[in-house]
Write a protein that binds this ligand. Structure first.
Ligand SMILES: Nc1nc2c(c(=O)[nH]1)N=C([C@H](O)[C@H](O)COP(=O)(O)OP(=O)(O)OP(=O)(O)O)CN2
Length: 165
């Protein structure tokens, strides 16, 4: 019908779209104690129909999101751009200092992230950036927006959404 607005979305969530990682954030001038979360990841794409009547293939979308989750899984999430942390690269480990606190993490246990803090908000933005690079291997000219959600716990989730055009 003339003037009819149609919006199409695909969403993948649950199953293997998760990672279990250790972290702490700095906030309010303090540094949290080291702890972990079983994070869940959600991805939503809005777009027009592309080939074969798909906005984007669920199977591929899950594969890409899963690849990113697997890089984070069972690691300490190190925010490389946190101005409140002193990061010292030792021969085989990171030394992390905040005031009197001092942590040592072997490099093998750490994933270095180009973010300021490992909040759910900034993790969602990071995953969004990584995912967009993977999606850009395809013709995504019919896609309108990409959203990534990171769930810290069933009670709390942060989203990052960006227009693609
Ligand atoms: N908007 C955000 N707020 C907070 C974030 C965040 O990423 N985005 N993160 C934290 C902490 O990292 C903390 O780990 C949150 O854990 P939580 O389980 O909420 O801790 P609490 O003990 O306060 O909550 P309970 O429900 O009692 O377990 C804080 N805020």
């Amino acid at each position: 019908m003339a003037g009819e607005q149609i919006r199409r979305k695909v969403k993948v969530e649950g199953g293997t779209l998760k990672f279990s990682s250790a972290h702490f954030i700095t906030y309010g001038g303090k540094c949290e104690r080291l702890h972990g979360h079983n994070y869940g990841v959600l991805v939503e794409i809005e777009g027009e129909l592309g080939q074969d009547g798909l906005v984007f293939d669920f199977t591929l979308l899950k594969r890409y999101a899963r690849e990113i989750c697997q890089k984070l899984d069972h690691h300490f999430l190190l925010p490389m751009r946190n101005p409140q942390l002193e990061l010292i690269a030792l021969s085989d480990q990171w030394e992390i200092r905040f005031g009197e606190k001092r942590y040592l993490f072997p490099y093998t246990d750490v994933v270095e992230l180009p973010i300021e803090n490992s909040t759910a908000e900034l993790l969602a933005e990071y995953i969004h950036g990584e995912l967009l690079q993977l999606l850009a291997q395809h013709d995504i000219s019919h896609l309108i927006s990409l959203m990534v959600g990171v769930e810290e716990a069933p009670t709390q989730m942060a989203y990052y959404q960006k227009e693609l055009r």
